[in-house]
Write a protein that binds this ligand. Structure first.
Ligand code: CA2
Length: 144
């Protein structure tokens, strides 16, 4: 049976590649998906999703409980605010890798705390969109 990796993206990441390239780079979420797809061995698939709504991210995490072998998540600003996303991730049994495009620890102090890190099995920050590929590689190595 095919193993599916969910790649979840939080608020404003639909603007990736379209605004603030000095912080987030020039690549889009479509580029992220294409780069990650290239890494997939046989028997794996991925589903890349983005929403500006916290509840939608929670619903996708619930869906992942049945459908996904692992989650790569860039919760965006919800990283720093959302107990709801943390609680949802705590119900997921597979590996969870948290990704941030920017190096959040070099930025404002409010970006230094992550609720999601209390559940994540790995945390990647500052690798640009390559962080998603590292996250996908890690989920594959933990679920192969
Ligand atoms: O570095 C990251 O990936 C972040 O998760 C991005 C969030 C930010 O709130 C986190 O602290 C770190 C912001 C996402 C906004 O994405 C945009 C992308 C392009 C243009 C404007 C916003």
């Amino acid at each position: 049976m095919t193993k599916t990796i969910y790649i979840l993206n939080g608020p404003n990441l639909n603007l990736l590649g379209k605004r603030q390239p000095e912080i987030y780079g020039a690549d889009t979420l479509e580029d992220v998906e294409a780069n990650c797809r290239r890494l997939l061995p046989g028997g794996y698939d991925l589903r890349l999703l983005q929403s500006n709504w916290e509840g939608q991210i929670v619903d996708w995490i619930h869906e992942a409980r049945e459908e996904a072998c692992g989650i790569v998540i860039n919760p965006a600003a919800l990283t720093h605010t959302s107990v709801a996303v943390l609680d949802a991730l705590n119900t997921f049994e597979g590996p969870v890798i948290e990704v941030h495009i920017s190096q959040v620890h070099k930025r404002e102090a409010f970006r230094h705390h992550s609720y999601v890190s209390m559940r994540a099995d790995g945390v990647i920050a500052g690798l640009g969109i390559e962080g998603y590929e590292a996250g996908v590689r890690r989920v594959i190595s933990l679920t192969a």
